[in-house]
Design a protein around this ligand. Sequence first.
Ligand code: ASP
Length: 329
Amino acid sequence: MKTMLKIALAAAATVAAFGAAAQDYPAKDKTITIVVPYAAGGPTDRVARDLAEALRKPLGGVSVVVDNAAGAGSTIGSAKVARAAPDGYTLLLNHVSMATMPTMYRKLSFNVANDFEYLGIINDVPMTLIARPSMPANNYKELSAWIQQNKGKINLGNAGQGSASHLCGLMFQSALQADMTPVPYKGTAPAITDLIGGQIDLLCDQTTNTTSQIEGKKVKAYAVTTSKRLTTPALKDLPTLAESGVKDFSVTIWHGLYAPKGTPAPVLTKINDALKTALKDPEFIKKQEGLGAVVATDKRVESAEHKKFVAAETEKFGAVIKAAGSYAD
Ligand code: ASP
C-alpha cells in the first residue's frame, strides 16, 4: 500500500512538473531547435531559417535555431525528433517525404502517423527541372530529344530516397519511360553544387532553392512542375512540363511542422498559435513569394487537417512509389 502511494505521489509530481513547464513554455533561457532533415543551404533549410526568424517574436523572443540532421532521405532527422523529449524544444520541419517514407522504406524506426504531433502546414512549393550549365539543350523540346539520345547514360541527382527531388525524378522518368541513374545527396544544396560543376546532368528541385541559381544563370532551367505557370519574375517564362508534352504532369510539394508525440497540449497550442502568426508575417510572406512558394492560409494549419492532408498525400504518392517499384531498406 505504501509503495502504491509513493508511485501515485511520484506520478502526480511528474504531471505537475510537466504542467508547470507547459505553463512557462517557452522558457526564456531555453532554445527551440527546428530539426531540418536535409543539408544546410538547401530549400528545406531555407524555409526553416525564414520560419525560425518569423517564430521568434510570437514565441516571446526566445531563440529558435536550425539543426541540420541530414541523410538517408530525411529518415535520420525525422527519427531524431520522434525520439526527442516531448517538451516543445525540439521540432521537425519536413516536406512531402512525410508522405513518401511510409511506402518507400521497408524498415522505419518511427511511425509517421503515430510518433508526431502535427503542428500545421507552412507552404506549398513548386519544383523546377534544371540541368548542368553545359547541357546542350536550350529548351524542353531539345532536352527531351537529348534524353532519348542518351538513355542509360543520364545522371539524375536527388536528396535521398523519398525526398521531393527523388519523387519528382521518379514521376519524370516514368512519364518519359526513360531510366536514369539516381545520384543521391544529403540534400539538394550539395546536389546543385555538383550540377553546376557538371558531375550530374539533371535535377528536379524546389523553387526555394533554384530561383536564385536560375536568375544567376548558374544552371539551365527547362520547366516548372506545376499545372500552371508561375508568376515569380525569375520563373514566369518557364513552361509547365504538362504544356511541354509531359501529359498530366503536376507535382507541388509542401512543408509542415511537427513535434514529438506526447508534447503537452498547452505547448502545442502555443506553437500552433505562433505558427499562425508567423504565416501572416509580411516579411516571411514576401521572402517565400520571392522564391515561388505560397504560404499556407487554409485549414491545413490546424493539427487535425494537417494530419488528414498528410494521410491523403501518403495514399497519392504511395501509388506513385508502388508503380515505380522504388523501395528502400
Ligand atoms: N530539396 C530537397 C529534396 O529534394 C531537400 C533539401 O535539400 O532541402 O527533397
